[in-house]
Design a protein around this ligand. Structure first.
Ligand code: PLP
Length: 639
């Protein structure tokens, strides 16, 4: 074991966890064997995540916590814009690129403010899909050059508020999802005396690929089909408002995994655009929606958690396809708008969770029982013999024998012919036999299938202090994969095979699928627990996860810290937001902490009256309950 540890290199961990595959140049490991983050690709500065977590712990800001890196948001936004700019320059494309950030991906005020700030020189705007997003976005967005795209189903209030935005000098485009919205937009605009900019969301035949492909295609719940688009144009012409039609929009669904699908959809949308222009409509913007994916597993394939294209390839394909289609149809090249959310926001945040316990830490049963010497059952003796005799040649046969012996032993227990001690000893021996058989199987040339499953079944379960439902909801709801890496001990061989359980009282609160280059790993290699805290980072959580998370078991929002890296490479805490207290979590479901405290007081008083507790004790208990209500909802580890 010692030798094995000495042989292990930090580079082995980088490879094992695939950090360079999915890390996109942002994540790495330093000489201390700690996970690090760079503020931008190719930067020599980096921040040591373990150092950040330890330093926050000293300030009583403990895990679980989210670390956010605003510089990663800025860098992703810069890369997106620069890629489009380069493609536009290289192909001599006549239009410009005007990106917008879809607020649904992460509405946090800090995220939106950072993006608008970083996007100022690129005229980078916002996309909203609901009234709440509209009201938040309108206040934060103040760039008259950038677009403000209003999507989603709309009532009159939504339309009116968006048009007030136009009156306030914002470049608002209201995208009609349904035909009747157009007349409502025109009517409300007339009342407000504004000229609206209208977009049409097209329902393309082309579909995306991957988990969200049903957001596109002819069965999609969104958008107008061809006859509805024509009807919309006729309607606008009848109302003498054809000049208000400024944008053609479509959205293929998030995380489009194949570049071929992007090309097909762009081609189709560009053809629709060209035909509309040929009808005499001056559509200025072609909005290609979201869908630009993130390579979560680092495989660069069309797996659901990856993408088989780069950002550059995406931008080149979009620009080139639109240019060629416009040339063929002899129409002007439109400004290109994209609503890329995931690709911009995913990298900037990670969850830090601490391992609290190993559920499968084996308890060796006592050789004797209180007051009685156990009589070892014949079947148990046979299992002991198997454990001693197994070798590389015989392990399969012995494993099968052990399976049978275990079943027989359990039957005899049910019938009263074997006692609890023998049942316990049998369980213990059976697990030891399985582990030995699994180890032998790994030495054979080809691992028999049953031993693959056996190996997974033997994995330990590391209980981590977080809620999957709150912090990694897509892992539970969609089986989405996110990279998970220990933030320390990367220079040591991780020789425990484990899955992860959260602390909710729900068997779905677990992670047992992990990223891999070729496959999906069913177990993650982690380190043996020691007396030191052991933290895991769940990465690339900045898109959707912050917002979709729920309050299952009232676990509540977790601590958050924003980290900035300065010119010298030192890190600073830019902002700290404490997670929910128990009282706050309870208030979301109608409990008032003052009323709760009063009830506890009465209950304690009643116990004092019945002499169950003393008055001095009563004060102490009351204080403990009050402190508990004011404390963090997550576990405190006994140290
Ligand atoms: N635009 C629209 C209309 C969407 O519905 C979505 C999300 O599904 C997006 C943009 C963002 O997509 P992505 O995060 O894949 O870029």
């Amino acid at each position: 074991m010692e030798d094995c540890r000495r042989m292990w290199r930090i580079a082995d961990s980088v490879k094992l966890y695939g950090i360079e595959n999915w890390g996109n140049g942002y994540f790495s490991a330093n000489r201390k064997g700690h996970l690090t983050v760079r503020p931008k690709q190719g930067d020599s500065r980096s921040v040591d995540i373990k150092e950040v977590v330890d330093s926050l712990a000293e300030r009583k800001i403990t895990a679980p916590l989210v670390l956010r890196f605003p510089q990663l948001l800025q860098d992703r936004l810069r890369q997106l814009n620069e890629c489009f700019r380069r493609s536009i320059a290289e192909t001599n494309y006549k239009g410009q690129y005007l990106g917008v950030f879809p607020m649904k991906v992460n509405q946090r005020r800090f995220v939106i403010e950072e993006l608008l700030k970083a996007g100022r020189s690129y005229s980078f705007g916002l996309e909203v899909g609901s009234k709440s997003e509209l009201f938040a976005g309108m206040a934060l967005y103040d760039n008259p050059q950038a677009l403000f795209v209003c999507n989603g189903f709309k009532d009159d209030e939504y339309i009116r508020s968006a048009l007030i935005g136009t009156l306030l000098g914002k470049k608002v485009v209201i995208v009609a999802e349904k035909l009747p919205e157009i007349d409502r937009i025109l009517r409300i605009a007339r009342g407000l005396k504004v000229v609206p900019m209208i977009g049409l969301r097209a329902r393309l035949y082309s579909k995306g690929s991957g988990r969200w492909e049903s957001s596109g295609g002819e069965r999609s719940k969104f958008g107008l089909n061809t006859s509805e688009i024509l009807a919309a144009i006729q309607l606008l012409a009848r109302r003498n408002r054809l000049s208000c039609l400024k944008m053609l929009h479509f959205h293929l669904g998030s995380q489009v995994t194949e570049v071929k699908r992007v090309q097909e959809a762009i081609k189709e949308a560009a053809r629709v655009y060209a035909e509309i222009v040929k009808l005499g409509v001056k559509v200025k913007y072609l909005n290609i929606g979201g869908g630009l994916g993130v390579d979560y597993d680092g495989s660069k394939t069309s797996s659901d958690y990856s993408v088989n294209y780069s950002l550059e390839e995406y931008a080149n394909n979009v620009v080139y396809t639109i240019k060629e289609t416009c040339k063929e149809s002899n129409v002007p090249e439109p400004d290109i708008v994209s609503e890329s959310g995931r690709a911009v926001a995913a990298y900037h945040s990670m969850l830090i969770t601490e391992v609290h316990a190993n559920l499968n830490g084996l308890v060796s049963i006592a050789p004797s029982l209180p007051g009685r010497k156990p009589t070892v059952h014949a079947l148990v003796k046979e299992m002991e013999q198997i454990l001693r005799s197994m070798d590389l040649k015989t392990y399969r046969e012995y494993y099968h024998d052990a399976l049978q012996l275990r079943d027989e032993l359990f039957t005899l227990f049910d019938l009263g012919y074997a006692d609890l001690w023998n049942r316990g000893r049998g369980e213990e021996l059976f697990r030891a036999i399985c582990e030995k058989a699994s180890a032998f199987s790994r030495k054979s040339k080809r691992i028999p299938e049953e031993f693959e499953t056996l190996h997974e079944g033997l994995a330990d379960t590391y209980v981590c202090n977080f809620s999957v439902f709150q912090s990694v909801p897509d892992s539970w709801a969609l089986d989405h994969l996110f990279p998970i890496v220990p933030i320390q001990r990367l220079g040591e061989n991780p020789n425990v095979h484990a899955t992860i359980a959260d602390i909710t009282c729900d068997s779905d609160g677990k992670i047992d699928r992990f990223v891999d280059l070729k496959d999906i790993k069913r177990v993650l290699r982690l380190h043996e627990p020691s007396s030191q805290p052991y933290y895991l980072a769940v990465l690339l959580l900045g898109a959707y996860q912050d917002i979709i998370g729920d309050f299952h078991n009232l676990m509540g929002a977790i601590n958050e810290a924003q980290i900035l890296i300065d010119d010298r490479g030192d890190w600073h805490l830019a902002q700290l937001t404490e997670g929910d207290t128990v009282a706050e979590a309870l208030s979301y479901v109608g409990y008032d902490s003052a009323a709760l405290i009063e009830t506890y007081r009465q209950q304690i008083q009643a116990s004092v009256s019945k002499r169950k507790i003393k008055s001095r004790q009563a004060l102490m208990l009351m204080k403990e309950l009050e402190d508990g209500l004011a404390g963090y909802t997550y576990l405190k580890k006994p140290r």
